[in-house]
Design a protein around this ligand. Structure first.
Ligand code: FES
Length: 100
């Protein structure tokens, strides 16, 4: 695989319930820089919060290789929206964008 569009590896699919038909794609950069800066923990926290809040959304979580935005990392992408310098404190706003 080459190129950014093909650089994601699907590793988890969470589908929580019902009425929404639009699939939200959450991409978590798991390149070495973002991983070392905490995206491994962000992934765990996101999954825990999604399960705890029982979001009414269909979403797919994928891990991505480095997208050459390391200086801004850890990076998380929700559809077209980019979250940079992500910490645990950003999880509520990330979940809001999934839910909204
Ligand atoms: S490791 Fe995440 S952008 Fe490079």
């Amino acid at each position: 695989m080459t190129g950014k569009k093909n650089s994601c590896i699907q590793f988890v699919i969470l589908i929580t319930i019902k009425k929404k038909t639009k699939m939200t794609i959450v991409k978590i950069c798991l390149g070495s820089s973002c991983f070392a800066r905490g995206n491994n923990q962000i992934l765990t926290l996101l999954k825990q919060e999604i399960e705890a809040k029982k979001l009414n959304a269909m979403l797919e979580i994928v891990g991505c290789r480095c997208s050459n935005l390391c200086a801004d990392g850890p990076n998380v992408f929700v559809d077209e929206k980019k979250y940079t310098h992500v910490t645990a404190q950003d999880i509520p706003s990330i979940l809001e964008s999934i839910h909204g």
